[in-house]
Design a protein around this ligand. Sequence first.
Ligand SMILES: [Zn+2]
Length: 216
Amino acid sequence: MSSESNLRELICVLAKSMFDRGLTGGSTGNISARTDDGGLLVSPTGTSFGRLDPGRLSRFDTQGTLIDGDPPTKEMPLHSAFYDTRSTAGAVVHLHSCHSVALSMMPDVNEDDFLPPLTPYGLMKLGRVKLLPFFVPGDAAMGDAVRGLAGKRSAVMLANHGPVVAAKDVEAACNAIEELEDTARLAILTRGLSPRALSPAQIQAVVQKFDVEWDG
Ligand SMILES: [Zn+2]
């Protein structure tokens, strides 16, 4: 099998796994990955993560022209913004995941550091997560907001909507966005219970040991 057909299969398997575990429902969520030739594979608009068809993924060439497959997700500007500002981005994933959306609605959340530092893996896989305001889905302003971060963040949270994460490849992006949702779930579960978060010294130790991209 060619590496592109392997990548097509992997995108669909990972998307279905997230759908099956309730990480995004209905026809929500979208995913994209760089191909070896510098093009992109993207989940088509209106599709369910539970039933993506490897043969119908939207295929773009290096110029960003759709050359094969169904029309892409309407949240394409969001994906392009990450690829254009982060040279290391090999994949982007977006979910409508319940606990992170719930956390985005809380009045006292820190917009510059959306996830509380509860576990080392949250820090390692995501760095600091920026909470972006609410945008009407598909609004190009969403992409502009990501561009405004100038490539300094690999993960953002769209308020009242869902997280978006870029990483070096599709597996890393899925692992990271799952960590984001898990950390948000911990934050919701322990809310009001005065949980002991990691201390600034513990955060620094993790950031240094694992060479975490830590904006701020
Ligand atoms: Zn969405």
